[in-house]
Design a protein around this ligand. Structure first.
Ligand code: SF4
Length: 246
């Protein structure tokens, strides 16, 4: 990938936002936007695919699952406007990776430091469950995002087991060597991925550490399976590896 990464990422973001490749998800994201949740009845929903958020030369990439119907599908920004995002941005602020703790709208002034967020599926799926075909149809967008990030990337934080698998798949396709057997997901688990020798695929970039975190969904945070301290430890560690290496 050559040229200015910010310009390349802006072009990619615009292309993603116009994608209509998955008929079921296009119908769902637009239906949700018409029907709305009562609390947001006066808002215009985004109702399109949600591009990544954060600098195009970030050393840390956070990979979630998919936009929430009344969260990012409403606001148009990753993790913005739902409880998972509230938890996540508050932690990023506590550890110095975000300039403010609250993320409520695309124009709220949020700035991420050295960190970008993306999802393997860019449209809100019914019941938060994309089909395998939808995951595979959307995967090339994450591949293109990784190609732009590759020269700076040091750490990928995967939120949940699906984010972990999607990250391994995308890193493998992008030219990193995934250990065999494949590392298993767990909170705080780290897996080192070496940059492959030149083989016709992209060769820029360096070794990357994949770092697992339980997803900050209400299911995990309300039950105490994931605490603020556990989230902060993951992102503090990500920041440390980004600066100093593993
Ligand atoms: S999920 Fe991905 S591939 Fe499918 S319509 Fe949305 S952006 Fe396009």
């Amino acid at each position: 990938m050559s040229g200015d990464p910010a310009e390349a990422m802006a072009r990619l973001d615009a292309r993603i936002a116009g994608c209509r490749r998955c008929p079921r998800l296009v119908a769902w994201r637009e239906q949700v936007a018409r029907e709305k949740r009562a609390a947001y009845a006066d808002e215009d929903y985004w109702a399109r695919p949600v591009p990544g958020f954060g600098p195009a030369d970030a050393r840390i990439l956070v990979v979630g699952l998919a936009p929430a119907a009344h969260g990012a599908n409403r606001t148009g920004r990753m993790f913005t406007g739902d409880r998972s995002g509230d938890w996540l941005f508050a932690s990023l602020h506590r550890v110095g990776l975000a300039n403010q703790p609250e993320s409520v709208a695309r124009d709220d002034g949020m700035v991420l430091h050295d960190l970008r967020m993306a999802a393997p599926v860019r449209c809100a799926p019914p019941a938060n469950k994309p089909t395998p075909q939808e995951r595979s149809t959307c995967a090339p967008w994450l591949d293109r995002e990784l190609a732009i990030l590759a020269p700076s990337l040091r750490v990928v934080v995967a939120l949940g087991a699906i984010g972990w698998q999607a990250s391994l798949d995308a890193l493998d396709r992008a030219g990193w060597t995934v250990p065999r057997p494949r590392p298993r997901f767990g909170h705080g688990v780290e897996a080192g991925l070496a940059r492959s020798a030149p083989s016709g695929r992209a060769t820029r970039g360096q070794d990357v550490t994949l770092l697992g975190s339980f997803h900050p969904s209400p299911h995990n945070t309300f039950t105490g399976r994931l605490t603020e301290q556990m989230t902060d430890e993951v992102f503090r560690r990500a920041g440390q590896m980004a600066r100093e290496g593993p």
